[in-house]
Ligand binder design. Sequence first.
Ligand code: FAD
Length: 336
Amino acid sequence: MTDTTWDAIVIGGGAAGLSAAQALGRSLRRTLVLDGGAPRNRFAAHMHNVLGLDGTPPLELLTRGRAEAEAYGVEFRAATVRAVRDAGSDGDDDGGSPGVGAPLAPGGSVSIELDSGPVLRTRALIVATGVTDALPEIPGLAERWGQSVLHCPYCHGWEVRGQRIAVVTTAPIGLHQAKLLRQWSDDVTVFTAGLVGPDGASALDAGTERAMLARGMRLVPMPVAEVLGSGAQVTGVRTADGREYGVDAIFTGFTMVPQDAFLSGIPLQRTETPMGVCIAVDPMQRTSHPRIWAAGNVVSPAASVPLAMGAGNMAGAAANAALVDEDYALAAGSVA
Ligand SMILES: Cc1cc2nc3c(=O)[nH]c(=O)nc-3n(C[C@H](O)[C@H](O)[C@H](O)COP(=O)(O)OP(=O)(O)OC[C@H]3O[C@@H](n4cnc5c(N)ncnc54)[C@H](O)[C@@H]3O)c2cc1C
C-alpha cells in the first residue's frame, strides 16, 4: 500500500455520498469524494419530507453537506468515474465475488479510472451514484420535470393537494403511484396505457379498476400524445385521439436506471427490487466485494433524501469499521 492510496473514495456527492464522506472524515479517514455534479433532484426548487430541512433547496443541502465534510478533512474532485477494478488480494482466486458481507482480506485495494487524470487507489470504496430517471418521451413533459411534472407523492403531493392531478403511467408499478395519489386529491385522472407490461397484460385488474372508479378516479386507456402548459406549469394533457384534459400537475416516472455501469469489471451480486435489478448490499450497505459499499438510490431507487442519508451514514461507518479490522490485522502481521 502506498502513500497515494486513499483510505476511502466516495463516488457521488449527493445525499448518500456526502453522508458517507462525513462519517469517514469524522473517523479521521483520508477520504476523497469524486462527483459528476448532477444530483437527481436538481430539477426541484424545494425538498420536502426531510425532517428539519423541509422546503430547503436540494442544492443548498449539498453545499452545506460538502462544507461540513470538508471541515473534517474530506477532499472533493469534480470528476466522472469510468471504471473500477479490483487491484488487490480480495475475492476469489478468479477475481469473482466472495458473497455479500464477506470479510476483507488485509492488504488489498480497488483502483478507479476517471474520465481524465491518473488512476486512483483506495482501501474502501463507497458507491453513491444514484439513478437516472428515464422519462416517457412525450412532448412537453421533460422540460417541466421537478416543477409541475412530479414522481413522488410524499415529496410533492402536499403542494398539489386538491388540484387536478394526472398520472401518466409508464410501467405496471405506476398503478401503485396512481392509487396513492387519490389520498391527495379527489380529482385524479389516470392514463392507463403504460400499465401494460412486456407480456401484454395490464396491471389493472377488474377489481382494482372497479375500486378506483368507486373512489371517483377517471381511467383513460388512450396513450398521452402531448403535455400542454405555459412555462414550467402544466395546464393539460392531449391524448392520441386529440382529446384534451385540463390538469394542474402530472405524476409519472418510475423507470429508474442505476448509474453503476463503471462497476461492470467487477462481478458484483445483483438483486431484484420492485424498481428493477440493483447491486445487492447487506444491512451494513456492503456489496459482494469486501472493499465496496453502496448506498442511496443506486441500490435503492425508491429511497428519499433522508433514507439516502441514513444509508450513506451506515456505509461510511461500516467501511471505517472494516478498515479498523484491517489495521489490526496488518499490525499483527507485521510483528508475527
Ligand atoms: C424531481 C425530483 C424531486 C425530488 N424531491 C424529493 C424531495 O422533495 N424529498 C426527498 O426526500 N426526495 C426527493 N427526491 C429524491 C431524491 O432526489 C433522492 O432521494 C436523492 O437524490 C438520492 O440521493 P443519492 O445520493 O443516492 O443520489 P443523487 O442525489 O442522485 O447523487 C448522485 C451523485 O453521483 C454522481 N455520479 C453519478 N455517476 C457518477 C460517476 N460515474 N462518477 C462520478 N459521479 C457520479 C451524480 O452526478 C450525483 O451528483 C426527488 C427526486 C426527483 C427526481
